[in-house]
Design a binder for this molecule. Structure first.
Ligand code: FAD
Length: 569
């Protein structure tokens, strides 16, 4: 029997156990990982000193360990293969995994069957899928935390804050109930939000370990068709997937270095709640952050270059949102630009193209995102990158260099996490030899504003632009009991239907939970359903999802929840 103790782990003491990978009675081979320790600098696995059977465990998750502490006892191998570990054998040195950047000299050169550059929703999905398909994968990420923009400074923290905004709004607007003015502890909100992000990113690190995906932290740059330099370490690869994402666009003439000027990452930090906030850009990201700051108490002004909020979205879907925030915010300026922004002691002085000058305490610049394709040295690998920084790919997500694929925000298409992750799966499966393509019938878009706005598949805006024939069938939530009860009287669910085949072509929803509701239509699109299929699908009453079925009944002419002119005779 051998006692496995914590070996010399450098300067670390009291390192918490974050995962136990074995159980009593389990057979292990030499070098099999036993437990995972995580310090503030590194995550390390304690490998088994030899083959054997776990006889007893002496630690649990959360215990803090230092050199020499007893971890477990190991008995002789059940199958007799190899000698049992010797008594008091120290575990082999811990293997650093998912650690923050390590200096190049500390690392050996690395070879990967599949290299994935970038650990966002595209990159980690691709890396994990490739590993699940039997590939030896290296995932390169410049930041200590996995998960990319989405998990760290995008989808997840914004939705956490939007939940706070939603509860505040619902409490304030609940008929017949008065809670009094809310007391906000911005620090506690921030900590809670960071806790959610930490759970998810920590989960990714654990899943990478579990799949034996090797994570190399550092900034990657291609140096040849089969080689990437990661801060001085050469990583060679057979195949690569570029998933390096995008960054916030900066506007010329804006003093971006002034701490009062934020991009979405700065806005998500909620350093404070400014009395007067200017949001430059009335797209989804700008409006979501406006929703948060408005709920927390800022007077919000939005400036948008286009003639509507959420440019590109159907106007009838935006209208209820524009009406609600038009009545709440300090101002919404459409067809307007900020011609100058001057940093002065008393605030940020913004001059608008209308000639008005206003003073703000903080300014959020949310005018779009640019792909990172131009920063990766892809030319050394022979990969074509366009003038905007997008990498060109075919339907299998392969670039012009057959063994290098690209996915997510770095390739054209909507810059959305779920698009990136689906592309990631396709790229990994193609590398593994599967005959698949990325060819979705619809990719849902959701603005998590109040009310939410969501659409999938064909939009009326696109149909008008390219002449696609369609019929529009809309069900107003003013006729939905559930819609009225949840404060969604201005909501609407519409389907666009092919006039000949009656197939569902797309949907748009505005109202609470719109983002959840378009999922059903996404499935209908993928299945090639027609309006009658959806109308005959029994939806629970009273639900918001019922409005999808009722919009389909409008298309089908069988609606009885609206005046009969909408019904088929
Ligand atoms: P990213 O998530 O950008 O990840 C790329 C990774 O590559 C990053 O971790 C980066 O550090 C790393 N990287 C880049 N270059 C290098 C290099 N040279 N070396 C090493 N590593 C490198 N999408 C949604 O679908 N729903 C939402 O609700 C949503 N909300 C959002 C809210 C905000 C505020 C923002 C900014 C974005 C939001 N998005 C949302 C968009 C979503 O975050 C992106 O579409 C998604 O993250 C793209 O995934 P990706 O894997 O392509 O790239």
């Amino acid at each position: 029997m051998a006692q496995v103790r914590v070996p010399d782990i450098g300067d670390f003491t009291d390192v918490p156990v974050i995962e136990i990978l074995v159980e009593v009675g389990q057979e292990v081979a030499a070098e099999d990982p036993l437990v995972v320790l995580e310090s503030d600098k590194a995550t390390m696995e304690l490998p088994s000193p030899g083959p054997g059977v776990i006889e007893s465990l002496h630690v649990t998750v959360g215990d803090k360990l230092s050199e020499g502490d007893l971890v477990l006892t190991l008995g002789g191998a059940g199958d007799g293969a190899g000698p049992p570990a010797t008594a008091e054998a120290p575990a082999a040195p811990p293997t650093p995994v998912a650690a923050p950047p390590v200096s190049a000299s500390d690392r050996a050169e690395v070879h990967a069957e599949v290299l994935v550059l970038g650990s966002g929703p595209g990159g980690y999905a691709a890396a994990f899928r490739a590993a699940d398909l039997g590939k030896d994968v290296v995932l390169v990420e410049r930041y200590a935390s996995l998960g990319g923009v989405c998990l760290n400074v995008g989808c997840i923290p914004s939705k956490a804050l939007l939940h706070v905004a939603k509860v505040l709004g619902e409490a304030a607007e609940l008929p017949g109930v008065r809670f009094g003015a809310p007391e906000l502890d911005v620090g506690a909100i921030r900590t809670w939000k960071e806790g959610i992000v930490g759970k998810l990113t920590g989960g990714l690190a654990a899943m990478a370990k579990q799949r034996k995906v090797r994570v190399v932290h550092g900034t990657g740059r291609f140096t040849g068709p089969h080689e990437l330099d990661v801060d001085g370490t050469a990583v060679s690869f057979d195949q690569a997937i570029v998933a390096a994402g995008s960054r916030a666009v900066r506007l010329p003439g804006i003093p971006h270095d002034d701490p009062r000027v934020m991009d979405s990452t700065g806005a998500l930090e909620i350093a404070d709640v400014p009395a007067r906030l200017l949001v430059i850009g009335g797209g989804i990201i700008g409006l979501e952050m406006a929703t948060v700051y408005d709920a927390l108490g800022s007077a919000v002004t939005v400036v948008e270059l286009a003639d509507q909020l959420i440019p590109g979205c159907d106007r009838d879907l935006v209208a209820p949102l524009a009406k609600r925030i038009g009545g709440r915010y300090a101002a919404i300026h459409l067809e307007t630009t900020v011609t100058s922004l001057e940093a002065r002691d008393d605030g940020m002085h913004a001059t608008l193209s209308s000639g008005e000058t206003e003073v703000f305490d903080r300014v959020l610049v949310a005018v779009g995102r640019a792909p990172n394709g131009g920063d990766l040295g892809l030319e050394a690998a022979g990969v074509a990158v366009d003038e905007r920084g997008f990498v060109a790919v075919d339907e299998r997500r392969r670039t012009n260099v057959a063994h290098i694929s690209a996915i997510g925000d770095v390739v054209r298409g909507p810059m959305l996490a779920h698009k990136a992750s689906h592309e990631g799966h396709v790229a990994a499966e193609v590398i593994a030899g599967e005959d698949v393509v990325f060819d979705p019938r619809g990719i849902p878009n959701v603005a998590y504003t109040d009310p939410e706005v969501a659409w999938v598949g064909l939009t009326e805006t696109d149909a008008a632009a390219d002449g696609t024939p369609y019929e529009r069938a809309a069900f107003p939530w003013s006729a939905s009991g559930r819609g009225l009860a949840v404060g969604g009287a201005t909501g609407m669910t519409k389907l666009l239907v092919d006039p000949d085949s009656r197939r569902v072509l797309g949907a748009g929803v505005v109202g609470p939970g719109a983002g959840e509701l378009v999922a059903e239509v996404g499935l209908a699109l993928e299945l090639g359903a027609d309006a009658q299929d959806v109308a005959l699908t029994i939806h629970a009453h009273p639900t918001l999802s019922e409005t999808v079925g009722l919009a389909a009944a409008v298309a089908d002419g069988t609606i009885t929840d609206l005046p009969n002119k909408a019904a088929r005779r």
